[in-house]
Each structure stands twice: as C-alpha cells, then as structure tokens.
Design a protein around this ligand. Structure first.
Ligand code: KG4
Ligand code: ZN
Length: 355
C-alpha cells in the first residue's frame, strides 16, 4: 500500500510517500519539504495567514517532486494522509483540503493524522527503529510531554508542561536575547561558545516528585539577567544562552530518567523539534549509556516538521488495523486536539470514533 502524507500544520510544507508491505516497518520512498522560515523571519515569528497562503503555493509542486523522486505516478497512491491537528487552523485546512481533493479525484480514501503522533512515531523512519514499549519524550514547539508508548495508538501520558513548552522556552529566551526566529537552533548555536555555568537559572519542578514540567519562569529569569547585565549583555550573551540551554536540558534529562524509573522501561524515544538539540542528545546519550538504556532519535532532518512522519504514522495505524481510511471528503481539522483522545488509544474511554 502506497501512502501519500501531507504536513501543513505550521511553517513547513512537507509531502512524502511511504509504502507498507505485509509485515515489517513501512518504508519511506521519498519526501520533500519547504520551510517558510525565511518568509516569517522578517516578522520575528509565524504569521498564520502568510503560512496558509504559502502552503497553498507549495503543496502540489512538492507532491510532484516526491512522486518523481520515488518514480511513482499519482494513480498508484492508495491512501492520502494529512495532518488533521493540532496546529494553525488555516494552515491545517490547506493540507486537509488538498488531501481530500486528491482523494476524491483519485477515488482513494483519506486519513487525518495527529501531528504529535507523527513526531512520536518518527523514529520508525530511522534505520534502527525502536521496539515497543518505550518512554517517549515529546518536545515540539508547543508541547513537552512524557508518554508511555505500548504500541501504535497506545499512549499513556506520564507528565507534561503545566505552562510553556521547552521549545517555547528556547524560542522566547532567544527572542529576549535578540536572536530572532526560530529561536531554538539560534540559541543552541550561540550556546556552543558560552559557559553553561555562568548564570544560575531556575530548574522549575526538578524535584517536584512528579513528571510534569514548567518553563514559563525561565524566560522571566533570563530577562532579569539580561536587564541586570545592561551594557555588558553583548559580551555575555553566549554565556547566558549556554546557561539557558543548560537549565532546559537538565530538566528534560532528569525527568526522562525519572519516567524510565517510574515505568521500569529500558528504552527512550526522543521526538519533536527540540530533539534536534545537540546538548540534549549528548546528555541523554551519556545518562542512558550509564543506565544501559537504549535511546532512539529520528534522523536529525526529520526531528522538525515533515511529511514523512505523517505518512509513517498513517502507515502504522493502517497496518496495525487501528483505523481505516475513509471516503468522507468533508475535510475537518482539529487545531486543538489532545493526543490521548486518539482512536485506539488505550488510556481514554472517550476516544473518538473514526469519521
Ligand atoms: O516539532 P517542531 O518542528 O514543531 C512543532 O510541532 O512545534 O518543533 C519546533 C521547535 C521550536 O520551538 C524550535 O525552536 C525547536 O523546536 N528547535 C530546537 C532546535 N531545533 C528546533 N530547539 C533547540 N535546539 C535545536 N537545535
Ligand atoms: Zn511539530
């Protein structure tokens, strides 16, 4: 079965083709991505209306590129998958509209995918995919969650951020330091030349005894330090960036280890944009090696938003018989959509029925 996946929830348009066999992990045949970073940079963040318009411009040419790269033709596509949510409503509607139009034109079913499930299952795109069960640290721009993952669609929330996500902490701190958008990669680049012990910044909820996170106080602490430094700030910016990154990374690492202890599991999967952070990877690798715990990451270029993870999540859901694709082309989107309410999720009695 050949699945075309379309991602358009925020500021990247991604399209991919994934193929399932009778058994085994589905295979990525091709993927293509257009990042809108340059377009939004002038505004210091994502402008939703511009994002939607750009998705419209990019999505079909990207689909064409993917078909060419995979040497397949559009009628060979069996299912069209798209990101149904969460994300920007207008941006989601572009992917959903195009997916439903393609489905209707080709007489093929469509399947709406949860963006975070795409991230969660993205390590299955790597050459060394994880085995279930595992603990997942999901660190995207808007979400920081620890999950127990027992299988596709079987997710138990262990803890999450009660305010800002780790990605937001990176982005907001970077903005305070004048590093622009997207802040995470810029802050971590600057941090490489700084001293992570230079400033004492808070590690919120580090000893709370639960698996929740809180990052909103961090940006206030960064602002206080920056104001205190005054004229000295330019010379100390790398130190402040390194100290900020150290605070975020320490909390993420310690809570991940606590989640492994709590569940007794020996495998950790890290997914979402912040999973591209080098310092986070280095510290998790060291801590997990000492505990003989396996850590899996998506390929670096598939950590941030892409179409491959959407096609892969669709492939795994269909292969596992959790959901069937539908010929209902009345496209709908879910800008807010809790992962635990997914069809097939073991933990929620109120799981939605397939549409
Ligand atoms: O998963 P993602 O691409 O989009 C969402 O679904 O939100 O995550 C984007 C987030 C942003 O907050 C971005 O600053 C952060 O991931 N990010 C990073 C790095 N690369 C992306 N944060 C820290 N270090 C990085 N290298
Ligand atoms: Zn994402």
């Amino acid at each position: 079965m050949l699945i075309l996946g379309i991602e358009s929830s925020c500021d990247e348009t991604g399209v991919a083709l994934v193929e399932t066999g009778d058994a085994g992990v589905p295979v990525l045949r091709a993927h293509a991505l257009h990042s809108q970073i340059e377009m939004h940079q002038a505004y210091g963040g994502v402008v939703p209306e511009l994002a939607s318009r750009d998705h419209i411009r990019r999505v079909l040419p990207l689909a064409q590129t993917v078909l060419e790269r995979a040497q397949r033709r559009l009628p060979e596509v069996d299912v069209v998958a798209y990101t149904r949510g969460p994300g920007l409503a207008g941006a989601l509607l572009v992917g959903s509209g195009v997916a439903c139009a393609l489905g209707a034109a080709l007489d093929r079913p469509v399947l709406g995918i949860h963006h975070l499930e795409g991230h969660l299952l993205s390590p299955f795109l790597s050459v060394d995919p994880p085995q279930f069960p595992f603990v997942a640290l999901l660190v995207s721009g808007g979400h920081t969650q620890l999950m127990q993952v027992d299988g596709v669609g079987r997710y138990t929330l262990l803890g999450e951020s009660i305010d800002d996500a780790a990605g937001e902490a990176f982005d907001k701190s970077a903005k305070l330091l004048g590093l622009g958008y997207p802040g995470g990669p810029a802050l971590s680049r600057l941090a490489e030349s700084g001293d992570p012990t230079a400033f004492k910044l808070p590690r919120p909820l580090l000893h709370s005894g639960d698996l929740d996170f809180s990052f909103s106080g961090l940006k206030t602490a960064v602002l206080t330090q920056a104001t205190r430094l005054g004229d000295e700030l330019p010379a100390r910016k790398a130190d402040l960036a390194a100290s900020t990154q150290a605070a975020i990374v320490e909390v993420l690492v310690k809570k991940s280890l606590a989640a492994l202890r709590h569940t007794g599991l020996r495998r950790l999967v890290v997914a979402g944009g912040v999973g591209a952070n080098r310092e986070l990877r280095a510290q998790l690798n060291a801590a997990c090696a000492a505990l003989k715990v396996r850590v899996h990451y998506p390929e670096l270029h598939l950590c941030t938003d892409n179409g491959a993870m959407i096609a892969m999540a669709a492939a795994l859901r269909l292969q596992g018989g959790i959901e069937t694709a539908s010929r209902d082309y009345a496209f709908d989107v879910r800008p807010r959509w809790p992962l635990q309410s997914l069809v097939g999720c073991a933990t929620d009695g109120n799981a939605e029925q397939p549409r």
